[in-house]
Design a protein. Structure first.
Length: 67
């Protein structure tokens, strides 16, 4: 592990490979995705990049909905 400051700077400035990551997950058999963040941003990204996947949010589960 390198310098924490360099690691953080790299994590904040490198591109996020969302489409490639989602494609690899779906290709490997992933079918359900759960957004653990405070909103629905990741759930909506899943909807756009893997429209056939099941998706939900922890917030919805806490409110009594099913993911």
């Amino acid at each position: 592990m390198g310098d924490p400051r360099e690691e953080l700077a790299a994590a904040l400035t490198r591109p996020v490979l969302w489409r490639a990551t989602m494609a690899a997950l779906v290709e490997d058999g992933a079918q359900r995705f759960l957004d653990a963040g405070p909103g629905r941003v990741l759930e909506n990204l899943v909807k756009r990049t893997a429209p056939d996947a099941q998706r939900g949010t922890l917030a919805a589960l806490e409110d009594g909905a099913h993911a």
